[in-house]
Design a protein around this ligand. Structure first.
Ligand code: SAH
Length: 304
């Protein structure tokens, strides 16, 4: 979101939830320190470092806080080194803290330089959602990592993946790298300008070839309807919070498929929806989150 709301009790509540849930995913030896400290993404050669509780208070003062989950806020460090080495350092940091547990997810996130997807490349490796215009944000790196991790088994080579609310195209590009060769990654985004810029971003990235050969595509449309052309999907990710899970997305999920979707309004949960082989679904809550709404283009452009 472009707005800069002041931190609210609900936002604080939300953060506390997400931070404790994130710590659940961590090795026990690290969980405690994470709840009390913020982590810096180091330059690629530095050891992991942490800042004191005092710094973590800035979580509640940062305008980005309201726009998404931020596990390791205040990670800002203007490090030296090439863009790709800083991207690698970011991925290594997410690995050290247990957010990324699979080598494949790490490899893919290392191959797709986040700086190509953030406006002007500024602050690309900070673990925070950032405005991308049109009242939208690029999600924080740890949320991208968490969703890739949750979907990993459904992002095997040859599988079909749908990214609803694809925004910058970052996660669509990662999906393409996960499912290649012979898989298919589809992004659906309802702001045409974001569709165009996301295609430009992907063209500069390691996923460019996938766009060229047609196994990755981004479409301007209402993502609540999914994208039937390439259904059914093994993996569906929704990057904006729906008041309820859209039936069209459930219908386009393959038996054995998994969808990760934030659900709610003021209070939101990241839901994991698994479709069983008999077509029935099970839903569990992964963590509390804060995403921009999955809504109409008009509502989004007027500020919801
Ligand atoms: N996951 C993306 C963007 C997250 S922001 C990234 O990290 O870059 C959520 C995105 O969902 C925004 O780009 C917004 O424009 C889009 N969106 C919201 N409602 C939508 C809808 N009904 N159909 C398609 N896209 C939608």
């Amino acid at each position: 979101m472009n707005t800069t709301p002041s931190p609210s009790p609900s936002a604080r509540y939300n953060f506390l939830f997400s931070s404790s849930s994130a710590s659940r995913a961590l090795p026990p030896s690290r969980a405690l320190s994470l709840t009390a400290t913020a982590t810096l993404f180091p330059s690629h050669s530095s050891p992991p470092s942490s800042v004191s509780l005092t710094t973590s208070f800035s979580f509640f003062q940062n305008p980005n806080f309201i726009t998404g989950n931020s596990l390791f806020h205040s990670m800002q460090r203007f490090c030296s080194g090439s863009s790709m080495s800083r991207n690698k350092a970011m991925v290594e940091s997410l690995q050290r803290y247990g957010v990324i547990r699979s080598n494949k997810v790490a490899e893919v996130m290392e191959s797709i330089d986040r700086a190509l997807f953030v406006p002007n490349g500024a602050g690309a490796y900070i673990d925070s959602p950032m405005s991308i215009g049109y009242n939208a944000t690029i999600s924080a790196p740890h949320m991208h990592a968490m969703c890739l991790q949750l979907l990993e088994k459904n992002l095997q080579p040859g599988m079909h993946a749908l990214d609803v609310g694809s925004g910058t195209g970052y996660l669509t590009a990662c999906f393409g790298m996960m499912v290649r060769p012979e898989g298919r990654a589809v992004g659906v985004e309802h702001i045409p300008e974001l569709v165009s810029s996301s295609i430009e971003n992907i063209q500069k990235s390691a996923a460019a070839q996938l766009l060229k050969d047609g196994s990755l595509s981004v479409h301007a449309a209402d993502g609540r309807k999914g994208w039937p052309e390439f259904a059914p999907y093994d993996a569906i990710h929704v990057g904006a919070a729906a008041p309820e899970i859209p039936q069209a997305l459930i219908d386009q999920l393959k038996p054995g498929g998994r969808m990760v979707i934030p659900v709610g309004n003021m209070f939101q949960d990241l839901k994991v929806v698994d479709k069983k082989s008999d077509g029935s679904i099970s839903v569990h809550t992964e963590t509390s989150v804060r995403y921009v709404p999955l809504t109409s283009r008009e509502a989004q452009l007027r500020g919801y």
